[in-house]
Design a protein around this ligand. Structure first.
Ligand SMILES: Cc1ncc(COP(=O)(O)O)c(C=O)c1O
Length: 428
């Protein structure tokens, strides 16, 4: 239901963005919904961007925004990071599409294994594909079929569990466990023990509202899963940015397989899955390996020049483990400042998250599960989004904010001012 306050916010937005509307309406003739990323949909229509520099975005109507979304974590480096662009430009001038092996692939594999404590890694084109391949790794290794996931989890377009399993998901035999509920999950693992191939978990529900997992919950679930002979799969597609080795390491567990994506491709399509040698070596099809069973993993663009080259620059030059540790701490500090601003407003609003990823919620206290997230006041949530947009701050419509590296302290204080002002207006 659209209330009069929301209708006014939508109307103001539409008045300010005629070019975005024109573009969106024209695009709908060929693109269902006007684009190819469901997450970008919001009423009355999404903004269309012309360009970006550093931590700023410019839309087609001439507005400039502080980019607080950071492309749902893929934009960690900000816009047009010159070290990545220079390296990829040079690489593409040498060879665009190899159809064979090139050194950047093995270089990136070594960097990833060293950084994230993996024995072996394989590349894909997206985080979705990485998770599908990780699940295949587990089903092939265990010769079992059941996959445990968590309510509110998201592991890609075909692995969507916002409120149960979506009907369009890949056809696995899913068991959906309650997030942040160790006894409930332990009971389900015990019930399905003989059939469970894998337990797949995000250390923080990312799309589900930046809801971090409790360390005890993760440790208990991973121990139980191992006890049941299931493979533990850590979805670090968003969260590998935290700390020196990703968020699961900070929670005190080492998964059997972890999956990666987003910022690691430096702006190019990217995915990877890696972990224990015994599991990953199922994909070793080299002639000298006389395995009784090998699993194929094909993909034209798995080792594409742009993503491999960019990934090397990201890990070796731009987002080193020292930078990652500092960025995580900076995110924690900023989230505390956001929480202070929200608390002063007296409105039922809160912030959840970890490190440089966070979400605003129209809820009196931060959610611990996706069930809590679903209780948000939708009108207030939307008013926050439009209020921030009007004040030049771009976030996800659902409230997500991710700090990119080029965001300066002055921009972060401008965001806090915009939030304070928005809350005051909403309260009036
Ligand atoms: C935790 C998680 N896993 C997997 C994916 C899918 O990655 P991609 O969009 O690259 O397919 C996402 C994307 O948002 C994600 O947040």
């Amino acid at each position: 239901m659209t209330t009069s306050r929301l209708a006014k916010a939508h109307g103001n937005f539409a008045d300010r963005n005629p070019e975005s509307r024109r573009h969106y309406e024209a695009a709908r003739a060929h693109l269902p919904g006007g684009h190819t990323r469901t997450v970008l949909t919001h009423a009355p229509f999404p903004l269309v961007f012309a360009s970006g520099q550093g931590s700023f975005l410019h839309d087609v109507d001439g507005h400039t925004y502080i980019d607080m979304l950071g492309d749902y974590t893929a934009g960690l480096l900000g816009h047009s990071e010159h070290r990545v662009i220079d390296a990829v430009t040079t690489a593409l001038k040498t060879n665009t599409s190899v159809g064979g092996i090139h050194p950047a692939e093995a270089r990136l594999a070594k960097l990833m294994c060293e950084r994230f404590a993996l024995d072996r890694v394989r590349f894909t084109n997206s985080g979705s594909e990485a998770n599908l391949m990780a699940i295949t790794t587990a089903t092939q290794a265990t010769e079992r079929n059941k996959i445990m996931v968590f309510h509110g989890g998201y592991h890609g377009g075909l692995l969507y569990f916002a409120s149960g399993a979506a009907p369009w998901n890949a056809p696995y035999d899913f068991v959906i466990a309650p997030y942040n509920d160790a006894p409930g999950t332990s009971a389900l693992i015990a019930e399905h023990a003989g059939a469970l191939a894998a337990v797949v978990m995000e250390p923080m529900l990312g799309s589900g509202g930046c809801v971090p997992a409790d360390a005890e919950f993760v440790q208990q679930v991973f121990a139980d899963a191992r006890g049941a002979g299931a493979v533990t799969i850590a979805d670090e597609v968003m969260t590998s940015r935290h700390g020196a080795r990703g968020m699961f390491a900070l929670l005190g567990v080492q998964p059997d397989i972890a999956t990666y994506g987003k910022y690691l491709g430096g702006g190019f399509s990217f995915g990877a899955f890696g972990g224990r040698a015994e599991l990953l070596d199922q994909f070793d099809t080299s002639p000298e390996t006389h395995r009784s069973k090998v699993v194929a993993h094909a993909g034209t663009f798995n080792n594409n020049m742009s993503s491999m080259t960019a990934g090397c620059v990201v890990l070796s030059d731009v987002y080193t483990s020292e930078v990652a540790i500092a960025h995580t701490a900076r995110g924690d500090d900023f989230r505390e400042s956001v929480a202070a601003v929200l608390a002063q407003s007296g409105l039922p609003v809160s912030v959840s998250g970890f490190g440089s990823m966070m979400s605003l919620h129209a809820l009196a206290s931060p959610p611990r599960t996706a069930v809590d997230v679903a209780l948000r006041d939708n009108e207030l949530q939307e008013l926050l989004f439009f209020g921030l947009l009007e004040r030049g701050v771009y976030t996800a419509a659902r409230g997500m904010m991710n700090l990119s590296l080029p965001l300066g302290d002055d921009q972060l204080s401008a965001v806090l001012d915009a939030l304070t002002d928005t809350l005051m207006r909403v309260k009036d």
